[in-house]
Design a protein around this ligand. Sequence first.
Ligand code: HXC
Length: 513
Amino acid sequence: MKNKLEQLRQMQAEARLGGGEERIKKQHAKGKLTARERVELLLDDDTFEEIGQLVQHRSTDFGMENQKIYGDGVVTGYGKVNGRLVYVFSQDFTVFGGSLSETHAEKICKIMDLAMENGAPLIGLNDSGGARIQEGVKSLGGYADIFFRNTIASGVIPQLSAIMGPCAGGAVYSPAITDFIIMVEKTSYMFVTGPNVVKTVTNEVVSSEELGGAHTHASKSGVTHVTAINDYDCIVKLKKLLSYIPQNATEKVPDLPFEFGSELRPALNDLVPEEAQKPYDMKHVILELVDEDSFFEIHEEFAENIVVGFARMGGKSIGIIANQPLYLAGVLDVDSSRKAARFVRFCDSFNIPMLVLVDVPGFLPGTDQEWNGIIVNGAKLLYAFSDATVPTVTVITRKAYGGAYDVMNSKHIGADLNFAWPSAEIAVMGAKGASEIIFKKEIASAEDPEKALAEKEALYAEKFAHPYLATERGFIDEVIEPAQTRRKLIRGFYMLENKKTNRPKRKHGNIPL
Ligand code: HXC
């Protein structure tokens, strides 16, 4: 037995070394942690249990039979993050560049199955050169096995992907199906085809960083939801993100302790400028409303005309969707609509109530928007809100014009509580545009058309640019003092805690993708 124990310990020690000390040094020299260091950092102390540590590949081509390394380039298992169970895989770049072989894929699939059967989040720490080239179609099949499970698990358990190194070819599609992607700046990139292929096919010259680095995907494509400055920051952000999310779709997020005080926020009374065209920062409103230090923004650099993110409200985890008047006057366009729709779908899948803050002048006009499908993309957001069954509360701070009034979680599409500040303007369109249309003839025949337009604008504003017509009809439940908003929201979300809705049975809806 002694010898056998010794043999086991030696094999385990070898497995822990992955591709060997030299390769670990190389990994560190790039500013990256190793696969195991990342897992240790992510999980609570002494909670990691590894599965499949001694797995080896079965490949025999290209001399691979002589190159076997325990674990085959991925560390898989389970453990706890802040006391809650999670399943994790962490690709080991020191072993064949973290490339995905048939057995590497089998290890990932095994923990995906366990995560689904036991209802806990799956976290993927990706650092891989893609399909193991020596294995051909077997590694492609392995990827497809993962993609399939990602899809089946979608909306069942939360799936988070950290991109902590290269992620090329089909490998990007597994993270893309998961709920959130966090990319590490400078050391990670994602693309379907790399710079060399791009040059051959399109003659474009582009660097990996420019084509698919963290900044590109955070600001241009919206592929990544969050960026991190290094591996440590990435793990801290993963843990923070997890804290707002339940274990699975049948559970709720545990509340944090909270004691109701006055909860008045007088600063909010002065936040919206008197002049309707003047911008203000909706993030100031959010920070005043939510529990201290609790706002975690998603897609911070992408489609900044809408703000989405998680926060705590009276200790409860909530999702926030808010127009941002500071960018493009808070207008809805293609990118902001799909950004918000995706976030709404996530919150609704995982029982996270939503707060919607509205200051929107409408949809962005123009050929660019129309040709890029603002119709179908705006409809995504409309569909997402309409389809949501979690508690939702809407607060109109200023403008709620046209179709955007309907789309931004109006009463008509299912909001549970609708508040408006006295500064709210709810109408088919702004006073100027409306007057130019309905008083066209009168203005044209007036002695001083400019003066006539100004008069008509004032008339229109007096009639429609306030929240009281909507309140009269019950479309708004209450016009409230901004300072009182936080207390109304906390009480509202507590009141809605056990909300249940019945919808007709169906296989699944057909969201306008
Ligand atoms: C086998 C691989 C590998 C791969 C890297 N390695 N990628 N081995 N299959 N896909 C090995 C290298 O041979 C090397 O081994 C070690 O990993 C480290 O790689 P380096 O090239 O030295 O590292 P670096 O310079 O940092 O470059 C990393 C890299 C590059 C950018 C990822 O290795 C690369 O371009 N790899 C190929 C990427 C790729 O095209 N993959 C296939 C994508 S298609 P040694 O022993 O020399 O240290 C795909 C299809 C999926 O994934 C389809 C699903 C639908």
